[in-house]
Write a protein that binds this ligand. Structure first.
Ligand code: GLN
Length: 483
């Protein structure tokens, strides 16, 4: 059952081939068996089973909505009523939000059943899911390897068949990079298309809620339900939302695909280069026109991203002071001691590193040299990407420069870790939509991801190309060995 597409599961529920209670139990059982992956921070069996019983009543009366009875999971960055929202941090270990995030609510309104909250890097900072207070997430393809981050729990859960799809967030690649490492499909929508309300903020001008699923078709189905204006999010865009499923089968004959040379640098893993070139040939056979493009500013993507991300993080995370939000230290004797000790105890090493870096970059004397400069560079990067995207429909390349690395590898060298996002951060800097889909395996059996970046609000084209590719390849239906 867990290897089926979302559409097949929905149909099976409607035609009573399976009940929601059976389906929910099936996934809960798999989650328990896959405990070793550490993909979940919280599981709510009781609530899930009572929601499933409710869904069965609706289904019996031919009532309900598109997702009625379908089990899902949320990254633990999304606020949920009735469940803790930890954001992977000791700081929020016991935090219970008084409200649910808009995307949580929208999926609930469609009838989805939340099984639990998935593991993640603390405050979404990381690319290996090794910065979580709740421990690392293992890669279902090889448990000695990382799942990617920061949405590693959602990626591992979908890849291992523990849920049909899960939510994620992407500030610099956190949906796409773990999707690539775990061999699933992940979409980061255009900035403003999907509400960020109720998603714990990391770097607000880059943060975007996204989806992790088994195929482009499943991504389209879920995007239909979560996209659209939200008055609670001031950066949400008020415009008509198309039906993302309707355009999946368009021919690719008018599609122009741009290949930037920098995505095929000799340092990129050979198996990845070969897989992406093979994928390009598949798209060419489907009628797409492939052209070379140039992105000379690519060497500035990572430095620019980390200046802006750390600066915004230092400001966003100032609310965790043990008074308004978060862990409070015991027996402090002054206000200063209370705040200092609460933050010292509540945050992990990487989060502290970024707060310190960000505070430094924003301090007087450094602000102009770093933060302001990064903002100018960001604008140039945006303009360069827009210029290239006026010549082509999508930019294509690998999602990551290497496959999933070993647990513990590179852990002592943060800059090595930051380079795992070398291909993904540009889409966030420019607010562009991007997705990662499986495009093969390395010789050692680890998944390879292909990234497509499109113009603002071109999710239809991205999903159209991805779906077309998935119709003629089977990488996305290849599963890891049973756990
Ligand atoms: N790995 C990147 C970082 O640590 C991206 C994280 C994300 O997208 N949330 O900032």
């Amino acid at each position: 059952m867990h290897a089926q597409s979302l559409r097949t599961l929905i149909k099976a529920l409607r035609q009573k081939q399976i009940s929601s209670t059976e389906l929910t139990k099936h996934y809960l059982d798999r989650i328990n068996k896959a405990n070793e992956l550490n993909a979940f921070i919280a599981i709510d069996e009781k609530h899930a089973l009572s929601a499933a019983a409710n869904a069965d009543k609706l289904l019996k009366n031919r009532d309900g909505n598109i997702l009625t009875g379908i089990p899902i999971a949320h990254k633990d960055i999304f606020c949920t009523e009735n469940m803790t929202t930890t954001c992977g941090s000791k700081m929020l270990e016991n935090f219970e939000s008084p409200y649910s995030a808009t995307i949580v609510k929208r999926l609930e309104q469609q009838g989805a059943i939340v099984l639990g909250k998935t593991n993640m890097d603390e405050f979404a900072m990381g690319s290996a899911n090794e910065n979580s207070y709740f421990g690392p997430v293992k890669n279902p393809w090889n448990k000695a390897h990382v799942s990617g981050g920061s949405s590693g729990g959602s990626a591992a859960a979908v890849a291992a068949g523990l849920v049909p799809f899960a939510t994620g967030s992407d500030t610099g690649g956190s949906v796409r990079q773990p999707a690539a490492f775990c061999g699933i499909s992940g979409l980061k929508p255009t900035y403003g298309l999907v509400s960020r309300f109720g998603m714990v903020a990391y770097a607000s001008s880059l943060d975007q809620a996204g989806i992790m699923a088994n195929s482009a078709e499943d991504l389209a189905l879920v995007l239909n339900m979560i996209a659209g204006f939200d008055e609670h999010d001031s950066t949400s865009i008020d415009q008509p939302i198309p039906d993302y499923l309707a355009s999946l089968n368009r021919p690719l004959t008018s599609m122009r695909v741009g290949l930037p040379g920098c995505f095929f640098h000799p340092d990129i893993d050979n198996d990845i280069q070969a897989a992406i070139h093979a994928a390009v040939r598949v798209l060419e056979q489907a009628g797409a026109k492939v052209v070379d493009v140039n992105l000379p500013l690519h060497s500035l993507w990572i430095p620019c991203y980390y200046v802006i991300a750390c600066a915004e993080a230092s400001s966003n995370l100032s609310r965790y002071d043990g008074i308004r939000f978060g862990h409070r230290t015991a027996n402090a004797e002054s206000l200063r001691e209370l705040i200092t000790r609460s933050r010292t105890e509540g945050f992990g090493v990487e989060v502290k590193r970024r707060i310190l870096t960000g505070t430094h970059l924003l301090s007087s004397g450094y602000f102009d040299d770093y933060y302001l400069q990064a903002q100018k560079v960001r604008r140039m990067i945006q303009e360069e990407l827009h210029e290239v995207l006026s010549q082509v429909d999508v930019i294509l390349g690998p999602t990551t420069p290497s496959c999933a690395f070993k647990l513990g590898e590179k852990i002592t060298d943060p800059t090595q870790r930051y380079l795992a996002d070398i291909f993904t951060v540009a889409a966030n800097l420019a607010g562009l939509p991007a997705l990662s889909i499986p495009a093969g395996f390395s010789k050692t059996g680890l998944p390879i991801g292909m990234q497509l970046i499109g113009k603002h609000f071109s999710e239809q084209s991205l999903l159209n190309i991805a779906h077309n590719y998935q119709q003629s390849t089977s990488w996305h239906t290849t599963r890891p060995k049973e756990l």
